[in-house]
Design a protein around this ligand. Structure first.
Ligand SMILES: Nc1ncnc2c1ncn2[C@@H]1O[C@H](COP(=O)(O)OP(=O)(O)O)[C@@H](O)[C@H]1O
Ligand SMILES: [Mg+2]
Length: 341
């Protein structure tokens, strides 16, 4: 690909400057605070190559930032905002506004962002395309618990990410625990609960970066070997966001250990199919687990995944020989080449 000369280019960094979220648990905002660190690193990396960085931190209202974008549009926007006004349901609206203002931006468009947040809708599409995803049911608030007889099961909010609502009580072994967990999701997140078959083998993730046919990066794996035996082997909220805690240490992201060639191929094919089916762009990460027969199941597709240097995407990029600034520029380059919409 032709390399853009970034010297003097105007790059806007769009992010949520307010850490409070409107739903869920107060601590869910920890995931937002981490984004601020990524914003600072991106600002520094872009300035170092001569780009002019425009700070687009969203406060409690969007008017100021939108007015600024309309008045003096940057050449391209790095979209790091997954919860405008503290509300993840508004995530698709920013790219929509950018399209109306004809400003190119990185990552998924409004439709793909909205689709991927709804895990069960993505699962339906995957299943229709023959991509394995764990058996599931969705329980709406105020509806009776449907029959369910696959144990263990995991219960998650149907439309959150960043492991919000996932803790060591999320894996349930009987109907009583299932009911309690489903009610808790309804209460805290005011949204349906997703009940899934717990697929307990190795956890792998595949990051993709690029255009219509993206580059598939070497798979990553979660090393659960330091997880205490009495806790489920899952990436909980605390594992992701409470640095240094037991669950953080018990979920070490590493390069995937050796995989049978057929499994490696399946991960790659399923990840590419998931990219196409969901319509994500520029960068994405697909989360998998293997079952007892080493068959990969897609848990979810993450559009605009965490870009921080210690998250899975950047680690995979580095394993493939690149550095973090290179990753940032690859993503910006694709956005710029695509143009405003
Ligand atoms: N069906 C499942 N079987 C086994 N583990 C699961 C399953 N669903 C989720 N998990 C565990 O929970 C974590 C978070 O779930 P995920 O669906 O990826 O949601 P999020 O959007 O919050 O990352 C996963 O990384 C995995 O460890
Ligand atoms: Mg995930």
């Amino acid at each position: 690909m032709r390399q853009t000369d970034w010297n003097g280019r105007k790059v806007g960094i769009l992010y949520n400057a307010e850490a409070a979220l409107v739903r869920g648990f107060a601590r869910d905002a920890l995931s937002e605070a981490d984004t601020l660190r990524t914003v600072a690193l991106a600002r520094r990396a872009l300035r170092a190559i001569g780009a002019r960085v425009v700070d687009l931190g969203l406060g409690p209202e969007a008017r100021t930032v939108l007015a600024r974008l309309a008045r003096r549009p940057p050449d391209v926007v790095l979209n790091l905002c997954d919860a405008p006004l503290g509300d993840v349901t508004l995530e698709p609206h920013l790219p929509a506004a950018l399209e109306l203002l004809c400003v190119p931006y990185t990552g998924a468009g409004p439709a793909a962002l909205d689709l991927c947040r709804h895990k069960s809708t993505v699962k339906e599409r995957l299943r229709a395309a023959g991509i394995p995803t764990p058996a599931w049911t969705v329980v709406d608030p105020h509806r009776p618990l449907p029959s369910w007889n696959i144990w263990p099961a995991i219960v998650k909010p149907v439309a959150e990410d960043a492991s919000c609502g996932i803790d060591r009580g999320s894996v349930v072994h009987d109907r009583r625990a299932l009911r309690a967990r489903v009610e808790r999701i309804h209460r805290r997140y005011r949204e349906p609960a997703l009940v899934e078959r717990f697929v307990g083998g190795r956890e792998l993730n595949v990051a993709l970066v690029g255009g219509a046919v993206p580059r598939v990066l070497p798979p990553g794996e979660i090393d659960f070997s330091a997880m205490p035996a009495d806790r489920p082997r899952i990436v909980t909220f605390d594992a992701k966001w409470r640095a240094g805690g037991t669950e953080d240490r018990g979920t070490r992201p590493v390069a995937a250990g050796p995989l049978p060639p057929a499994v490696h191929r399946a991960l790659r094919d399923h990840a590419l199919a998931a990219w196409r089916i969901t319509g994500v762009r520029d960068y994405a990460r697909v989360d998998f687990r293997l079952d007892e027969r080493h068959r990969p199941f897609v848990l979810e597709v993450n559009p605009n995944p965490d870009l921080s240097p210690d998250a899975g995407l950047a680690r995979a990029w580095e394993r493939a020989g690149g550095d973090w600034t290179g990753l940032l520029l690859a993503i910006l380059e694709h956005a710029l080449r695509r143009g405003p919409r």
